[in-house]
Design a protein around this ligand. Structure first.
Ligand code: ADP
Ligand code: MG
Length: 362
């Protein structure tokens, strides 16, 4: 069992006259048994965070507390955490079972206990029939399972995963994502997982931490991050295809949001939340799935309607993916299949005003 506190974690890499703040004053409490996912673009500080927790990186400020104990100065092995990397790094001259057994051997664990753990972990990972094989005779997905096995046999307090699925092809990645979910449900150990892939974060995390440029942007359960992003970075990073953004002017007295592409009524709930009067500039965001097509046409009169020109129609099986344009501004909508739609059509739209966003951050 392990709960973790990341308390004011700051890591500065100082290479002479060049210094990079890789992680900037991070504060997060991680519950025992939680699956926490750090997500953000390349270079935002995810790996540094993980390596700091593992003890592979000396931190500049703050502390890492595991089960109430400040682990400062403890070597990686003393921290009793296991890290799984993107590259599997199996020992090529050892069989699968020897690879899995190795971390236990170096710890001086008796042979029968080692065998038991390797057997149990192999069953859990469904790789029992691979135990006598050599790494070169395994597929990428099988190698990654063995790498997982090497972490699981240790029965660590905490699992740390650094983009473990990034080297797998798309289909296998989705499959292994499901497998990791299943494993976590079975093992129930505190897990900290790092990825640049928002879909992976959404499906794996009990909570996700969205990072940008070393700073935590939002920490919340996936659905909350999706529904209530705290700023346009989070809104744009989470969700695929991406949220549409528009420069907007909010006119509270007129009750209007005037974007550079269309004008919409300023919803009551938004006014209640923002509580600001007058006229102010903001960024308006709406996800492609929250725009729908009312129909071909000209005379859209109701207030929450807008018209747009269809620029591109992409048929994606269960959905149509539209690129639309108003006044030179392009944006996207995912709508129900409608084979009548064609490039050049003028259509009226419905915006789901319950699900739109206003950001004041840029
Ligand atoms: P991520 O894993 O999110 O891609 P990293 O934690 O690897 O990000 O890197 C965060 C920032 O710290 C980046 O700007 C990166 O260039 C820098 N960085 C990482 N490791 C080092 C290092 N050993 N020396 C100097 N800068 C580093
Ligand atoms: Mg990284």
């Amino acid at each position: 069992d392990a709960y973790l506190e990341i308390d004011g974690l700051t890591k500065v890499y100082d290479d002479g006259d060049d210094s990079v703040v890789a992680v900037d004053d991070m504060n997060i409490d991680i519950a025992d048994g939680e699956f926490l996912v750090f997500v953000g673009p390349s270079g935002c500080g995810k790996t540094t965070t993980l390596r700091s927790i593992a003890g592979l990186e000396e931190i500049t400020e703050g502390q890492i507390v595991i089960d109430g104990e400040n682990v400062e100065g403890q070597a990686p092995r003393e921290r009793d955490v296991a890290m799984v990397f993107q590259t599997y790094a199996l020992y090529p001259h050892m069989s699968v079972s020897e690879n899995m057994e190795y971390p236990l051997k170096v710890r001086g664990m008796p042979k029968d206990e080692r065998d038991r753990r390797v057997r149990e972990s192999a069953e859990l990972l469904e790789i029992t029939e691979l135990l006598d094989r050599q790494p070169k005779d395994l597929s990428g997905g099988q190698q990654q399972r063995v790498a997982l096995g090497r972490a699981i046999v240790r029965e660590p307090r905490v699992f740390l995963f650094d983009e473990p699925l990034s080297n797998l092809d798309a289909k296998l990645r989705v499959h292994m994502r499901t497998e990791l979910n299943r494993l976590h449900n079975q093992i129930g150990k505190t897990s900290i997982y790092v990825t640049h892939d928002q879909a992976e974060a959404m499906t794996l995390g009990d909570r996700i931490v969205v990072m940008d440029e070393g700073e935590v942007q939002q920490v919340a359960p996936p659905q909350q991050v999706y529904d209530q992003p705290v700023n346009s970075f989070v809104g744009g990073f989470i969700g695929s295809p991406q949220m549409n953004f528009f420069d907007a002017e909010v006119d509270v007295d007129a009750g209007e949001i005037r974007t550079d592409a269309f004008t919409l009524p300023y919803p009551e709930w938004m006014h209640d939340r923002i509580g600001r009067g007058g006229t102010f500039a903001a960024e308006f965001g709406i996800r492609p799935e929250d725009i729908s097509v009312e129909g071909l046409d000209e005379d859209a009169t109701a207030e929450d309607h807008a018209t747009a020109e269809v620029v591109v129609v992409e048929e994606m099986g269960s959905d149509f993916f539209l690129t639309l344009e108003n006044d030179g501004v392009e944006y996207q909508a995912i709508v129900e299949p409608n084979t009548n739609l064609q490039r050049g059509d003028r259509i009226s739209l419905q915006f789901d005003l319950q699900k739109c966003h206003l950001f004041d951050d840029d």
